[in-house]
Design a protein around this ligand. Structure first.
Ligand SMILES: NC(=O)c1ccc[n+]([C@@H]2O[C@H](COP(=O)([O-])OP(=O)(O)OC[C@H]3O[C@@H](n4cnc5c(N)ncnc54)[C@H](O)[C@@H]3O)[C@@H](O)[C@H]2O)c1
Ligand SMILES: [Zn+2]
Length: 352
């Protein structure tokens, strides 16, 4: 069991270990005086873990109701959000009560945005059950919904009161979802730890969940504490994402996020080597590690389309973008790239 304390605008613990689902009632009671909880979960996850969570909360006198929605990104929209708010209101949830997100990143983003806006903010607890949610979306306070016009276009910064990551839940994660989560883990190693990179190479993530998730959360915590609202150093977490988001967009979202990030990391590293910023050996090692985790390393898109898509990203500024560029394993730098030069990076990253 390990605990990472996050000193953001609201301070909270991220607890990582086995068996936390059955301790949830006790642990939530220690940070919240809630009498009621609305458990938000998708149909897959609720079917497996819903009952255990409700039992644990009710043992502590927290009365539970549930809002279960169809799994998948398609549910992260205004209409499901509206239904959730109406449900919370019907249940007469108050600001002292809590919304408990049990699931992956979709659940956390939807529940978090509802918690942040219902009565201008009610209690919010995260129980991440996917690897991606454990290492990324459950920590740091970003919440979001998709609009027809784009992913994550509505949202808020709203820190949870507690994050409980029960490693036992990862045992039922589908292997495709595991692979996607591993791309984000490799991202952390690339931006901050060659030593972790070496360990990922020697031992699969799934055989060292507690250590790896703990280290990724601690790294994310450090960025969030310095730059909660993402105007500076938090941008490092975007490594592989500028190109990655373009690949998702250009594929009509048929390429899953983790795989797109893997392709994005390989492309930016390839460009960095060709443009003389990164050691060639680092690229070879990154490609070999992505390959070991069954992640794709090639993207078959027109560099012009990729450059255009990069500029449409919500992180792009009027005068260009800030690319996170590797120098070697464990070290990246921010490269300001003017709009008309993105094509140079896209071509260098995509040509064979
Ligand atoms: N807020 C943030 O900082 C942040 C960061 C990164 C990603 N995100 C968001 O996270 C979302 C992606 O998250 P995700 O990959 O977890 O997707 P997800 O929540 O859709 O989960 C993926 C799939 O795995 C299933 N699943 C989850 N846990 C399971 C378990 N333990 N056992 C069996 N099945 C399980 C789900 O039902 C779903 O079908 C995206 O919407 C993305 O925008 C947010
Ligand atoms: Zn990501």
């Amino acid at each position: 069991m390990r605990t990472v304390r996050v000193n953001a605008s609201r301070a909270y613990d991220v607890v990582i270990g086995e068996g936390l689902l059955s301790e949830a009632g006790e642990r939530i009671s220690s940070v919240s005086a809630c009498k009621k909880a609305v458990i938000v979960s998708d149909d897959n996850v609720f079917a497996i873990y819903g009952r255990a969570l409700i039992e644990s909360l009710e043992k502590r006198g927290i009365s539970c109701t549930r809002f279960v929605f169809p799994h998948g990104e398609m549910s992260k929209n205004l209409s499901v959000y509206g239904e959730l708010l109406e449900y919370m209101c019907q249940m007469r949830l108050t600001r002292q009560d809590a919304v408990v997100a049990l699931g992956g990143g979709v659940t956390g983003d939807l529940a978090g945005f509802a918690a942040s806006t219902y009565q201008r903010g009610t209690g919010f607890i995260q129980l991440p059950t996917s690897l991606l949610a454990a290492v990324d979306s459950s920590v740091g306070g970003k919440t979001a919904l998709d609009l027809n016009g784009g992913k994550n276009q509505v949202g808020s910064f709203y820190q949870p009161m507690l994050v409980l990551c029960d490693l036992n839940t990862l045992k039922t994660l589908p292997s495709d979802e595991y692979t996607n989560g591993c791309a984000e883990v490799i991202k952390y190693a690339m931006i901050g730890s060659e030593e972790m990179f070496n360990r990922l190479d020697e031992t699969p993530v799934s055989a060292q969940y507690e250590d790896i998730i703990g280290e990724c959360v601690a790294m994310k915590r450090d960025y969030v504490e310095k730059d909660e609202r993402d105007t500076g150093v938090r941008a490092f977490l975007n490594f592989g994402h500028s190109f990655g988001h373009s690949f998702e967009l250009l594929s009509g979202y048929s390429i899953p996020h983790g795989r797109a990030v893997a392709m994005g990391m390989a492309a930016i590293a390839r460009a960095a080597v060709r443009l003389g910023v990164c050691e060639g050996e680092a690229l070879d090692r990154l490609i070999a590690l992505l390959d070991k985790y069954s992640l794709p390393v090639r993207a078959d898109f027109d560099p012009k389309d990729v450059a255009r898509a990069c500029l449409s990203d919500k992180k792009a500024a009027q005068d260009g973008i800030r690319l996170i560029v590797p120098e070697r394993i464990g070290t990246c730098r921010v490269q300001k790239v003017p709009s008309d030069e993105i094509i140079v990076w896209a071509e260098a990253g995509l040509k064979s």
